[in-house]
Each structure stands twice: as C-alpha cells, then as structure tokens.
Design a protein around this ligand. Structure first.
Ligand SMILES: *Cc1c(COP(=O)(O)O)cnc(C)c1O
Length: 374
C-alpha cells in the first residue's frame, strides 16, 4: 500500500459537479477578474468567518504584508512573531519594510509563547503576528491582553487553521485582521494560488481593497498600490469548496483521533498536543522524535515503506542560510523550542479523504519503526 500526503484529486472527484459548474459559469460570464464570482465568494467567506469584511488577494503572503501596509507599518517598525513557521510569515514583514522580531514557541502547542512576548516589546514595536500553527489557534486571549496593554496591532496568520477556534474565540475576533492562504495544500485550497484577509475594521478593508488593485477604488484613478487580486475562476472553486470546510475539518479531527489512539503507546516520539476546549483542525498531524538524531532515518523508513511523510519545517527561519539576508531581524532570548521542533518534527499523511485502512497502515509502519528504535 502507498499513502500519499495529500488527496487533491480525490477531493476534486468528490466535488466535480459543483466545481466544474462554477468554473463554467465564470468562463461564460466573460468576467474573469474582479467579477461577480469574486464578490460572491468574498460575501460567503465573510459570512462564514463571521467578520464584517473579507477581501480576496493573490496569496497568503501578500495578505499579511497588505494588512501591514494598510496599518501603516513599515521601515523602523517592529513585528513580533516566531521562527518555527512557514518562511512567508517573516517574508511578509520584510516586504513591508519592517523588522521581524522572533521569540520562542510554546513547548506543547508550538504556537508563539505569549509569556515571551512582553520582553521583546520596544518603543518601535507595532504589531504581533501569531501563527495558528498546524491547525491550532495560538492563545489569542493572552495575546490580545498584551496587545491592549502596549497598544499594538495583532494580525493572525491563519494560513493553516481555517475552521479552527479557541476557547470561546473565533479567528478574526480578537485581532485587527486575520489572513489566510488558499494554495492547494491548505485546508481550503484552490487549484493554484490565492488568499484572503478578514477583518471587522472598515479602514483596513478599504485600504487592502485599494492596495490589491493598483491603488484604485475608482476607474482610472490610482494611488500607491500593487496587483494582488484573487481571480474569479479561483473564487468559483473556493465558493464550491467552502460549503464543505466544516465537514472536512471534522474528518481531519477524526483521522487525528485515530492516529492518536493507534500511536499512544509509542516510546520514541511525542504526539501532537491539542489544547482542551480548542478546535484543532489538524492542517498537519505532527509527531516529534524524542531523539533528534532519529528524525531523518525515521522519515526515510516511512518514505521507503509507502508512507509519504514530510517535515514542517525542518529549517527554522533563523537557521536558513544567510539569515537575515541583509534584512533587519532580531531574536529575543534563546529559542530552544523552535529549534527542537525543527530538528524533530515529522508530519504524517493528513487530508479529509483518507480512509481508515490508510490511516491504520500508517500507524502500523510508524509503530514498526518505534518498536525497533525505542
Ligand atoms: C502557506 C502559508 C503562508 C503563505 O501562503 P501562500 O499562499 O503560499 O503565500 C503564510 N503563512 C503560513 C503559516 C503558511 O502556512
């Protein structure tokens, strides 16, 4: 048996009628950019997120820096985040011209550790960018308290946790804006790239809308801006898929529970931590080897035995070659947790269309390795 890491084609086949109908509708409409399908999806997405506004953009990275620019954050300003995230979180801060300031992550959730944020705040700090890593929300209540105390903005990088929730908070509720990515491998993904910003702030909505479309909100009139639009074919695909996101998250949670049950007696690695009363949507199911030296041989064993496991992310941002590439960056305190996470993480196959047989096959292979190496 072979178990793949993603199930994109399976998902397409399950939804072919709905997706094809929306694509054809756009093709026949002759309106492919900033057309009615984009408007429809933005309305549906804002309603789904329970925010006042949703703005479609070209990708999840642009979504972050467009919000930074809309907030007037740029050269001379500092943004606090973590180094154990996809590279794009830091990249967006640099594109905006601001300085990335890194603190360590929580030893259990692997999201930013709120207890480490205050020591990183300086008079230049403008913003905190928590990442809802692997499908679980960062501790937004604690982050919001710190932001209020120091008058900082909060932007949630929600590329990995659409449909997740915290203990009594929704994504987008306790921040100035939340950004997301719809690249195919994310929990809500189109067949290509795109992203969105959700916010309750009319000013952010107005500015991001303008910035993404050549600084224009009126035909032929421009101010400073870019081209970062979500085109209508992708909006149509996303509109068809959005109706299924909650059911897909429930399936991810079901497969995660099955992994956790099947792997609970393992000795050589730890299982992902799901916070009580949080809705973890398992964008990734990440285990960590107790001995970092075992990670690469373990991963190779899985790959050689039909399990398409991967690493997210084996090289933390501050460990990337040449860091910080002449860009401004600062690390506050030692960051052993981010480094441990990078050295020991393995992501097991995770997508809604998995079968029980496939999950059990992965469990059997993982336990086979554990028995031989614990
Ligand atoms: C995927 C991802 C992004 C970037 O999204 P793109 O659409 O690829 O630009 C940003 N942050 C995190 C945490 C991600 O996982």
């Amino acid at each position: 048996m072979k178990v793949s890491f993603y199930g994109h084609a399976r998902q397409y086949h399950n939804l072919k009628t709905e997706i094809d109908a929306n694509i054809l509708k756009v093709l026949e409409s002759e309106q492919y950019v900033m057309g009615p399908m984009l408007k429809q999806f933005e309305d549906e997405f804002a309603k789904y997120a329970k925010t006042k506004y949703a703005i479609g953009v070209a990708n999840g990275t642009d979504a972050i820096w467009l919000v930074l620019m809309a907030l007037g954050i740029g050269p001379g300003d500092e943004c606090i985040t973590t180094t154990n995230t996809f590279f794009a979180t830091a990249e967006a801060i640099w594109v905006a011209g601001a300085t990335a300031v890194f603190v360590d992550c929580d030893p259990q959730t692997r999201c930013i550790d709120p207890a480490l944020i205050e020591q990183a705040i300086t008079p230049k700090t403008k913003c905190i960018i928590p990442v809802h890593l692997y499908g679980q929300c960062a501790d937004m209540k604690a982050i919001r308290r710190i932001a209020d105390k120091h008058k900082l903005f909060v932007i949630e990088d929600n590329a990995q946790a659409i449909d997740a929730a915290g203990d009594g908070f929704r994504i987008g509720e306790l921040s100035d804006a939340a950004t997301t990515s719809f690249i195919i491998q994310k929990n809500l993904g189109t067949f290509g790239d795109s992203g969105a910003v959700v916010t309750n702030n009319a000013e952010i909505d107005r500015k991001v809308r303008k910035l993404r479309n050549h600084g224009s909100d009126k035909r032929s009139c421009h101010s400073f801006g870019f081209n970062s639009r979500l085109d209508d074919i992708h909006a149509g695909i996303l509109s068809a898929k959005l109706k299924h996101i909650t059911a897909w998250s429930d399936l991810r949670r079901k497969w995660a529970a099955r992994y956790t049950e099947g792997l609970q007696n393992a000795k050589s690695f730890t299982l992902p931590y799901a916070k009580p009363n949080y809705r973890h949507v398992f964008h990734l199911y990440v285990i960590e080897t107790k001995n970092a030296a075992q990670r690469d041989p373990f991963l190779k064993f899985l790959n050689d035995n039909g399990v398409d496991a991967k690493c997210h992310y084996p090289i933390a941002i501050h460990q990337q070659e040449g860091y910080p590439w002449g860009k401004e960056a600062r690390i506050v305190g030692p960051i052993p947790q981010s480094e441990k996470n990078a050295a020991s993480c393995i992501s097991l196959p995770m997508f809604p269309e998995l079968t029980a047989e496939e999950v059990d096959f992965v469990i059997a292979k993982v336990m086979e390795w554990d028995k031989a190496h614990a």
